[in-house]
Design a protein around this ligand. Structure first.
Ligand SMILES: C[S@@+](CC[C@H](N)C(=O)[O-])C[C@H]1O[C@@H](n2cnc3c(N)ncnc32)[C@H](O)[C@@H]1O
Length: 251
C-alpha cells in the first residue's frame, strides 16, 4: 500500500515542518472549540497519530482509523497504551467491510485524508450513520485549485504539475489522489449535515512541496504567515488555498 512507504518519513517530511505546524495549530483551534472531555472522536486517516494524540490529551475517547498498517504502527507508538485510543485499520474505499459505526460526537479528517476517497457519496452515508445528531465534522481536503502550486510550477515550466489537480484526480505512483470541489464535498454530506464554516488552509503559505521556499526565509515566512492567518480568519480566498477546511454539523 502506497502510504505504508511514506509512514517512516511522514513526520520529518511534512508534519514536523514549521509551515505544517502553523497550519495544524489553526485546525486545533477550531477543533478545541468543539471538543469537551469524554467526547467520542473519530480521526479518519489518522496517519502518525498527531491529532488522535492531541484529542486524547484533551480527554476525548478517540478512534484512530487508517488503511495503512505502517501509519497505524507509528500512531500506536506515539500514543502508547495508556491513552483511550482505539486503532482501526479500515479503507475509506471499502467501508462496508471494516468501518467503525460510532456513534461519534466529533469527526476529523485532517490534511488530505479524504483525498483518498473515490466515492464521497458513500463516505457521506457512512458519516451520517455514525455521527450523532448535533455532532461536528471538520475536514482539511486538498483543493481543486492551489494558486501557489499552479504559479510555482508554471514559472518553473512544469505545466502538467501546474494543472495536475484540475481534472479532479492525479496518480503518484501507487497513490491516487482525488481533488473534490467544495460543491462535491457539500453535496456528499447534505442533507444529513449542514455546512457551518469554511476557510482556506495555505492561501499564502505554500503546499508541502514548496515549504522550503518560505522556511529558508524567516522574514518572508513571518509576512506570509500573517497574510495567511488573515485569509483564514475571514474565510476569504479559500478557493485559492492548498487545503479547503470545512466544518459541518449533523442535523
Ligand atoms: C496525508 S495523510 C494525513 C494524515 C493525518 N490526518 C495528518 O493530519 O497528518 C493521509 C492519511 O490517509 C490515509 N489513507 C490513505 N488512503 C486511505 C484509505 N483509502 N482509507 C483510509 N485511510 C487512508 C493514509 O494512510 C494517511 O495516513
Amino acid at each position: 500500500m502506497g502510504f505504508d512507504r511514506l509512514a517512516s518519513s511522514y513526520d520529518t517530511a511534512f508534519a514536523e515542518r514549521p509551515v505544517a505546524r502553523i497550519l495544524r495549530a489553526r485546525t486545533h483551534e477550531r477543533i478545541a472549540a468543539q471538543l469537551t472531555p469524554g467526547m467520542r472522536a473519530l480521526d479518519i486517516g489518522c496517519g502518525t497519530g498527531i491529532d488522535a494524540a492531541w484529542m486524547a490529551g484533551r480527554g476525548a475517547i478517540v478512534t484512530a482509523l487508517d488503511s495503512s498498517g505502517a501509519m497505524l504502527d507509528r500512531a500506536r507508538s506515539r500514543i502508547g497504551a495508556q491513552a483511550p485510543v482505539t486503532f482501526v485499520q479500515a479503507d475509506l474505499n471499502a467501508l462496508r467491510q471494516s468501518a467503525p459505526s460510532g456513534p461519534y460526537d466529533l469527526v476529523l479528517a485532517n490534511f488530505g485524508a479524504l483525498n483518498a476517497a473515490s466515492d464521497l457519496a458513500t463516505v457521506g452515508v457512512w458519516l451520517a450513520d455514525c455521527v450523532r445528531s448535533g455532532g461536528w465534522v471538520g475536514m482539511a481536503v486538498m483543493s481543486r485549485f492551489c494558486a501557489w502550486e499552479t504559479l510555482w510550477q508554471a514559472v518553473h515550466l512544469h505545466p502538467r504539475a501546474a494543472m495536475r489537480r484540475w481534472g479532479g484526480r492525479a496518480d503518484f505512483g501507487r497513490i491516487t489522489v482525488f481533488y473534490p470541489s467544495q460543491r462535491a464535498l457539500v453535496s456528499a454530506l447534505t442533507p444529513a449535515f449542514r455546512l457551518e464554516w469554511r476557510a482556506g488552509l495555505g492561501v499564502f503559505l505554500p503546499p508541502s512541496e514548496m515549504f522550503g521556499v518560505v522556511e529558508a526565509r524567516p522574514r518572508l515566512l513571518a509576512r506570509v504567515q500573517q497574510w495567511d492567518a488573515t485569509a483564514w480568519r475571514s474565510g476569504r480566498l479559500a478557493w485559492a488555498a492548498d487545503h479547503l477546511w470545512l466544518e459541518f454539523r449533523r442535523t
